[in-house]
Design a protein around this ligand. Structure first.
Ligand code: PHE
Length: 492
């Protein structure tokens, strides 16, 4: 009687006939086969009562980088104690010892205190306080390795060590080292393959290869060969390929789409600080210092750092003057006394206009060719109560175009084009108000999904009060816009 087996199963059988008790992974590597193919071979052998496998849990120990260092140079507490011994010290002030450990052993402060604590724990040293001075007292007469050092050197000899190979008296230190993050333990299941007596002695003459066909092809049908082949069966109990369902965060995908669109329209991407000065977030944008948006309930102010650095005094003075009386811009300003310390407050930027306004100074100072077209897609923060349409942390799509004789029509055209590329066919602009633009426009897009218009942000032409301090004057103008991203991201 002959037994029919798949060709891969025959290979596995022959290998096991040489010596069984091999781990599946090892055998797979040896035969250059997939692990899954090896497991399916052993299943086939098991169906025919020729083989079987046994499972066991294996624990392997590996040293971390820190563990390796201590296997090499010894545990820091031992090195610290040795230092005390070498210097024949009986007592020493705690900071003097720290300095010694840092200078002579190359310890960090953290490692020093760690080492000291371990020495206290085993009572090799004690600590006492005399007149505000903390003394470390040496309690042990001579140096000796701690028993756990032996475990470290044992582990240091090999990349990984099976926990079974650790001598009984050293095993107790495994959890200690795990806690100290000197080792990591890796657990996995081992499958070891064996043959039954029948499998071991099955002669080659009694084995035939099954010709299995996985797909019914045109050729097989036409030639009539389909009548003679055996079709591979589906086994729904076999493990399938592993699937890792990770993917790019949807918001990041949208952000990348926005970037692509601006790049395709000839824009350069800029980024600015999240932690911003009130100066760039508000003052440079001609928002008076008593503007309600600056108040705590809208803006997150920071205590640390306590003060922001402002740009050069001549710029700051120009802006102060413009707030107070309009300076040379032809404006009358806001008519109040501008205060430097209010501008120096530190906050989480409430809009990315703080980032684009920083470009105005650069554009002229660095003499970049105009038109300059930049954009930013980045986080902003407002002290909002979180609900279905508000977040305290959200993303703004911001941009400016600095150019000679650019107009509101250019601004509209740019925005309409952008939103069209984002999939919004209908865009409307309406008059709006912002302290830093004149004229100003609100922008809404029509959502087919919701069947309604959604307001997504503002835009306009920066006022002379914003532009002139940085040397930007007619006929050069700055078109600006800033819109929320999350609402349209939700639709997409
Ligand atoms: N900064 C405004 C906002 O956060 C948007 C805006 C940007 C308006 C630029 C005009 C010009 O809503």
């Amino acid at each position: 009687m002959t037994i029919s087996l798949k060709s891969t199963t025959i290979k596995v059988l022959k290998e096991l006939q040489k010596a069984d008790g091999i781990e599946a992974k090892e055998l797979a590597a040896k035969l250059k086969m997939d692990y899954i193919v090896v497991m399916s071979a052993i299943n086939e052998l098991s169906d025919k009562n020729l083989g079987y496998f046994k499972e066991d849990e294996v624990s392997e120990i590996e040293l971390t980088a820190e563990g390796k260092e201590y296997a090499d140079k010894k545990l820091p507490e031992l090195r610290l104690f040795k230092l005390l011994m070498d210097k024949s010290l009986k007592q020493i002030e705690i900071n003097a010892l720290k300095k010694m450990a840092i200078d002579e052993l190359g310890f960090s402060e953290r490692i020093y205190f760690l080492a000291l604590n371990y020495l206290k724990k085993v009572s090799w040293v004690g600590q006492s306080k005399v007149n505000k001075e903390v003394l470390i007292l040496v309690m042990k007469q001579e140096y000796e390795d701690k028993p756990e050092q032996e475990l470290l050197s044992l582990l240091g000899k090999r990349e990984t060590t099976n926990i079974k190979d650790i001598p009984g008296d050293l095993k107790q230190y495994v959890p200690v080292f795990k806690k100290r993050k000197l080792i990591i333990e890796k657990k996995y299941t081992r499958r070891v393959l064996y043959l039954t007596e029948e499998g071991k002695h099955l002669p080659e003459s009694e084995i035939t290869t099954i010709k299995e066909v996985a797909k019914l092809t045109h050729k097989l049908i036409k030639s009539g060969k389909w009548k003679n082949v055996s079709f591979k069966e589906y086994d729904v109990t076999k493990p399938g390929p592993r699937i890792f369902p990770g993917r790019i965060n949807p918001l990041v995908e949208i952000i990348n789409r926005v970037r692509q669109i601006f790049f395709s329209m000839g824009f350069i991407e800029i980024r600015g600080p999240i932690i911003e000065s009130a100066f760039y977030n508000f003052d440079a944008l001609f928002q008076p210092q008593d503007h309600p948006a600056r108040e705590m309930h809208d803006t997150f102010y920071l205590d640390v750092p306590s003060k922001a650095r402002l740009p050069a005094d001549d710029k700051v003075n120009l802006i102060a003057e413009i707030h107070e009386n309009g300076g040379k811009t032809g404006s009358t300003g806001w008519g109040y006394k501008w205060k430097r310390d209010v501008a120096e407050q530190v906050l989480l930027r409430t809009h990315t206009t703080a980032t684009t306004v920083r470009q105005l100074g650069k554009a002229i100072a660095e003499g970049v060719p105009l038109p300059l077209k930049v954009f930013s897609v980045d986080r902003v923060y407002r002290n909002e109560k979180v609900d279905f349409s508000h977040l305290a942390e959200f993303t703004q799509v911001e941009g400016i175009i600095i150019g000679e004789n650019v107009t509101l029509a250019d601004l509209r055209g740019t925005l309409i084009e952008f939103y069209k590329k984002m999939g919004f066919e209908k865009v409307v602009t309406r008059p709006g108000f912002f302290p830093y633009t004149e004229p100003s426009m609100e922008i809404s897009v029509f959502s087919k999904e919701l069947g309604k218009w959604m307001e997504i942000g503002g835009s306009g032409i920066f006022r002379p009060e914003v532009c002139e301090p940085w040397g930007i004057k007619e006929p050069v103008r700055v078109l600006a816009w800033g819109q929320g991203l999350e609402r349209i991201a939700m639709l997409r």
